[in-house]
Design a protein around this ligand. Structure first.
Ligand code: ZN
Length: 59
């Protein structure tokens, strides 16, 4: 079962959720209670710290 990474656009809270492809995506942030969760696609395991900061692999 794939692991989806969600990040809350409101508070930046990140969580991982084991879901099947047919499961409905999460919306409500368990941290702040706002419906601001966004599913992150791409490499699982990439940790985003801080709002909007993308860490690049540089040598
Ligand atoms: Zn939140």
């Amino acid at each position: 079962m794939p692991v989806y990474v969600y990040q809350c656009k409101n508070c930046g809270h990140i969580l991982e959720e084991h879901q099947s492809f047919t499961d409905e995506p999460l919306k409500t942030c368990p941290n702040c209670g706002q419906d601001q969760l966004r599913k992150k696609f791409g490499n699982v395991g990439v940790v985003f710290k801080g709002s909007g900061f993308y860490s690049n692999d540089k040598g």
